[in-house]
Design a protein around this ligand. Structure first.
Ligand SMILES: CC(C)(COP(=O)(O)OP(=O)(O)OC[C@H]1O[C@@H](n2cnc3c(N)ncnc32)[C@H](O)[C@@H]1OP(=O)(O)O)[C@@H](O)C(=O)NCCC(=O)NCCS
Length: 190
């Protein structure tokens, strides 16, 4: 499925420098021919290869619940990955990340569109909640709150405010608490 959304973007216009215009951002599922562009965008957004290597390992091991890319004029400019995260013994929910937007395309709402589209797809699929370890000033604007408020702890030693949760189904969420464990790729890939 393709989601079209209009967004501000700074586009070079011959003779006029960069102009702010409205351009269509397309959000769609990742395709095999996006792999190299996704690797390159991770390297540029994070300034290192580790996150791209984790993404590659998750994909190769079939550990991706949802993988969306954002394109601008058919160029991949952002992506978001959700992988399975287990809590207690039998419960699997979604972990958001890594996600990235090309440096020159940041602060134009592309990251937000990826998060909103991905979260909605997981909600539609019946996922009870989503976990993220990330910027404490960014994810709360999409409804994420510290997971500690729900009795859910992170397997890693991270500050309370960066380990966040978004409830998608309050009823299913009620009985869940315990230690959240990420896929092994997050710890084993460097
Ligand atoms: C985080 C990221 C995906 C956001 O993408 P984006 O397209 O710029 O996001 P949006 O345009 O929807 O939102 C922009 C907001 O994100 C905020 N933001 C970006 N990076 C942030 C950070 N490190 N900490 C806190 N807020 C951040 C900006 O302050 C901006 O807010 P403002 O417009 O109110 O000033 C992008 O900045 C990025 O790729 N960063 C490098 C990789 C990374 O940190 N990924 C996330 C961790 S997995």
């Amino acid at each position: 499925m393709i989601l079209l959304s209009w967004s501000h973007a700074r586009v070079p216009v011959y003779g006029l420098g960069c102009l702010e215009v409205h351009v269509p951002i397309e959000i769609r599922e990742e395709r095999p021919d996006d792999v190299a562009a996704v690797r390159d965008l991770n390297r540029r957004a994070f300034g290192q290869d580790q996150e791209g290597n984790i993404v590659d390992a998750l994909r190769a091991n079939g550990a991706v619940l949802l993988f969306l890319v954002a394109t601008l004029n058919d160029r991949v400019v952002g992506h978001i990955v959700y992988s399975p995260l287990s809590i207690s013994r039998n419960i699997t929910v979604a972990a958001l990340g890594p996600m990235a937007v090309l440096p020159e395309c940041q602060r134009q709402g592309i990251g937000g569109k990826l998060i909103e589209a991905g979260n909605q797809k997981l909600k539609d699929a019946g996922c009870p909640f989503i976990i993220v370890v990330g910027h404490a000033d960014y994810y709360p604007r999409f409804g994420f709150k510290p997971a500690s408020g729900h009795g859910i702890k992170c397997e890693w030693d991270v500050p309370d405010d960066v380990f966040m949760l978004l409830v998608l189904d309050r009823a299913k969420m009620k009985a869940v608490s315990g230690l959240a464990r990420y896929r092994h790729e997050f710890s084993s890939v460097s």
